[in-house]
Design a binder for this molecule. Sequence first.
Ligand SMILES: Nc1ccn([C@@H]2O[C@H](COP(=O)(O)O)[C@@H](O)[C@H]2O)c(=O)n1
Length: 229
Amino acid sequence: MEIWYHGHSCVQLTRGGHSLIIDPFISGNRLATTKPEDVKAEYVLLTHGHPDHILDTVPIAKSNNATVIATFELATYMSWQGLNTFAMNIGGRASIGFAEIEMIQAFHSSGIVLEEEKKIIYGGMPGGYVIKWDGLTILHSGDTALFSDMKLIGQRHKIDLAFLPIGDVFTMGPDDAALAAEWLGAKAVVPLHFNTFPPIVQDADRFAAGLRDKGIQSQVLQPGEKLTL
Ligand SMILES: Nc1ccn([C@@H]2O[C@H](COP(=O)(O)O)[C@@H](O)[C@H]2O)c(=O)n1
């Protein structure tokens, strides 16, 4: 499987001619090296409605005729933007043909911010995804705090790779993310949601080295970097 990190919490997974992207925030990220037009994907998975997770959903979904997967409320909002959508909710599983996905809980918030109207509309619950694809199990936690049911998720899934936020302030910081990696029983971790804005600057290399000391593989990806699993 090819993993393409577009920066912040945006990752694209590709295998066997199929591709999906999670939380497309590229055009608004000063650290990004790719462009929304570079993305070729059949599905856009959204973890929650904050702008730094959904910003490029409309152009990417429209140019690819892709289906947007999100909680019912966020999927409904995206359908009002003229997109194909598939609504899910926490605990639900679904097949997208080449992969099975499950929406898992996250402790965060999910308002959809309408800047011009100075309105925040309800975006449903925030979440994350467990993706089972050709024998690999990938977890993208979305934005979340540490929560003890991560142990339950780890009991139910043998996680090959977990994408976890480490930025602190809005999500878990590095210490809680390291504990999350242990509780999830993840074989490997790629950190997300750091360095994009001043409040979430972190030493990701130190986080990764700490995990490796505990026997968990970890690699820091730079925006635009690819990894093969
Ligand atoms: N310097 C900053 C700090 C934060 N933001 C915005 O805050 C929101 C955080 O949302 P999360 O989903 O990451 O918790 C988000 O809308 C950021 O864009 C910012 O813009 N600049």
